[in-house]
Design a protein around this ligand. Structure first.
Ligand SMILES: [Zn+2]
Length: 136
């Protein structure tokens, strides 16, 4: 007779720990090797070729600054990403629990107005951060 409870338990633990381990590993790399001091991080192709800052430019530096507890510096690197981090965190937690329950990962249902607002804010942020007047 084959006992099925032990392998399932092991797989469940691995399934629960794997995403946390990946996030912890990435956070450790970011904490120990800040992008401002190490050049092995990928560079933004939009910034490289067009010399414009896309909505994601500065995300890695902002996350590294947050890991070091420097919120103001993180906002200077990318205010949009830092502002959206609580929303992204809540979404990640929801996805994590769906992953644990072996349910398919789905996009959150989002009202159409919120989608348009998110696009408008992102476009406005991108335009504003590329103006010579003020840096975001
Ligand atoms: Zn970019």
């Amino acid at each position: 007779m084959i006992r099925r409870d032990r392998p399932v338990y092991t797989v469940t633990i691995a399934r629960a720990v794997a995403p946390m381990a990946i996030i912890a590993f990435a956070a450790t790399i970011l904490f120990l090797f800040p992008p401002a001091q190490y050049s092995f991080y990928p560079r933004c192709p939009i910034h490289e070729f067009l010399h414009l800052e896309c909505p994601g430019c500065g995300t890695t530096r902002a996350l590294a600054a947050l890991l070091h507890g420097r919120l103001a510096e993180a906002f200077r690197f990318n205010a949009l990403i830092v502002s959206l981090l609580p929303v992204a965190g809540a979404y990640a937690i929801r996805c994590y629990f769906r992953f644990l329950q072996r349910k398919p990962l789905l996009w959150l249902p989002m009202p159409t107005a919120a989608t348009y607002l998110a696009f408008a804010v992102t476009i406005l942020f991108t335009v504003m951060r590329n103006l010579p007047l003020r840096r975001f």
